[in-house]
Design a protein around this ligand. Structure first.
Ligand code: FES
Length: 186
């Protein structure tokens, strides 16, 4: 039914939504089908950013491996007297800095080993469990070999960093720090 003006002639019907829709399409040059395609420029930008991110990652890995080499040149620090830790005993000490807790363990009369005390999973403090002769992380039940620092079970992704030790007279001395499992004991 056509609308009728109150006091005048008939007014022609206007399809208002259709007019508005056409105007909207004309004024905004947005085409849905074009949006599905990535332009050459966008693709080039994506490739450039991805390459830069990979380059930055490789530089970071290189720097990290160079810093690891420097770890072997850390200062020498007396950790304990030999008779201070009985077989089956432990001592907590800091190395190389005052905020780097480490664990010296004497699993038997002839062997001393030391590791960074921070678990390689989420940095909880590991403890020595003499009955099982392992280093244990109580947070998520991570277990490490006390002889090598290697992961035996649980979520830790890497071995415990090992503190290099030497005997000097009656003392055990820390002389460096190495990542990865060790095969030496003092
Ligand atoms: S923090 Fe050590 S196992 Fe999770």
């Amino acid at each position: 039914m056509k609308p009728v003006a109150p006091d005048g002639p008939e007014v022609p019907a206007v399809d208002a939504p259709a007019v508005n829709d056409a105007l909207w399409r004309e004024e905004l040059s947005f085409r849905e089908e074009d949006e599905r395609y990535v332009s050459r420029r966008q693709f080039g930008k994506f490739l450039t950013l991805t390459s830069l991110a990979m380059f930055a990652g490789n530089v970071w890995l290189l720097l990290r491996s160079m810093m690891r080499k420097d770890d072997t040149e850390l200062p020498e620090t007396v950790v304990a007297r030999i008779d201070e830790v009985a077989p089956g005993g432990v001592k907590v000490f800091n190395y190389p800095g005052p905020d780097d807790p480490c664990l010296l363990v004497r699993p038997d009369a002839e062997t001393f080993v030391a590791y960074d005390q921070k678990c390689t999973h989420l940095s909880c403090a590991v403890v020595y469990a003499p009955r099982r002769d392992v280093l244990e992380c109580p947070c998520h039940h991570g277990f490490f070999s006390v002889r090598t620092g290697q992961v035996l079970a649980g979520p830790p992704p890497r071995p415990l960093p090992r503190i290099r030790l030497v005997r000097r007279g009656d003392h055990i001395v820390a002389v460096g720090k190495v990542d990865g499992p060790g095969d030496e004991s003092t």
